[in-house]
Design a protein around this ligand. Sequence first.
Ligand SMILES: *Cc1c(COP(=O)(O)O)cnc(C)c1O
Length: 443
Amino acid sequence: MNGLLQKAHKSQITTSKKSLSSELFDEALRWIPGGVNSPVRAFRAVGGQPFFVTRAAGPFLYTIEGIQLIDYVCGWGPHILGHADKRIVDALQNTAHSGTSFGVNQPGEIELARRIARAIPGAQKVRLCNSGTEACATAIRLARGFTGRDLIVKFSGCFHGHVDALLVAGGSGQLTLGQPESAGIPSAVAALTRVLPFNDIQAARSLFQKEGKHIAGVILEPIPANAGLYLPLPGFLETLRELCTEYESILIFDEVMTGFRVAPGGAAQLFGITPDLTTLGKVIGGGLPVGAVCGLSEIMDFLAPLGPVYHAGTLAGNPLVTAAGCAQIDALDAEDAWCRLNDYGKILSDGLRDTARAAGIPVQVSQLGSMLCIYFTSQPVRNLDDAKKSDTALFSRFFHSLLQQHIYIPPSQFECWFLSLSHGTQIIEDTLQAAKQALLTCS
Ligand SMILES: *Cc1c(COP(=O)(O)O)cnc(C)c1O
């Protein structure tokens, strides 16, 4: 039995009623709605009590009780180098001494914009903001302002942050909560959003034939990773590109999760398709609050102050964010990061698949680069409906068994796992050992 498993038997973290984490969560419930600032952190999908973390380093989180967990959430995507990477921490410390926000131009804004424009296909100009949500809100406003049309097309299971018009058939925490839509969104707003099934070429064609002249833009995660993880079928992204070109609608790739993660140029680079606009976040901020919209100058120049589409932000392009983002991108560039990340993803996903097969549990393991997901179903997963067939009760038992062995995977079937450069092969081997144990006990 390896060291990790031995340690696992000594302490259990979420089940104990008197743990520090559970006391803190009670206190959090008093002051914060649901005790969390983002719903999926509440562990509703898997049950049990969430834990509190006070420190993180490399592939590890350290709970307030001092327990070391192998982390496959990585801050929900930003920490592609691992937690508290020295290059990012140094950049932050050096920058903070000179001020945290100026409210006027600072050179780091150009540095980050240039790195993004060089990597992301079609990104001629870049506007920074504070979150992926804000980036997506701005992108659809820009699509509407540029085309003078109102309709936005999205895909069920794709998540674009908590933007009113896009909180229709979303993914991420929405699925986790089993709430397909949010209260508080006027029906008049939702009525301007068309929702299509992902990977359904015919449905996209039919909608464009019917309403193409009114469609301002199509927004999608080219690699949907907020309902677990599934991939675009050959021809799907190509068709959307052709339809948008033919009907003069704006094609928006939401690469908040995939930009600089699956490749420097995200899914657009991997699949060789250039969108008109791209939204970014997560990796480009090195763990600080960030978002970006980028794309063709012709469209981007519709933003204020040049154009009539408004977007602004007190903290947009602040020096801490741009320093952390540039440090992270430079570190990725400096080594063959994406190749190594893909190797890690492959070893872990192949291992999970083999382990499940040996345990006689039907699973679908999807993986692309350093992102992966294990669905407990015997059927292939190509869209949200397929994903929903996964046995979520089995997933919850799997989650808790791994957590007891000090391995933290996303606390929901409908979120994907992230690896970082700091997850070496030994950690992945330890994880596979634990997964074997988990699969044997949870089925
Ligand atoms: C995380 C995410 C968002 C939202 O970003 P926030 O920074 O949380 O607002 C939008 N789109 C996708 C694809 C995401 O993964």
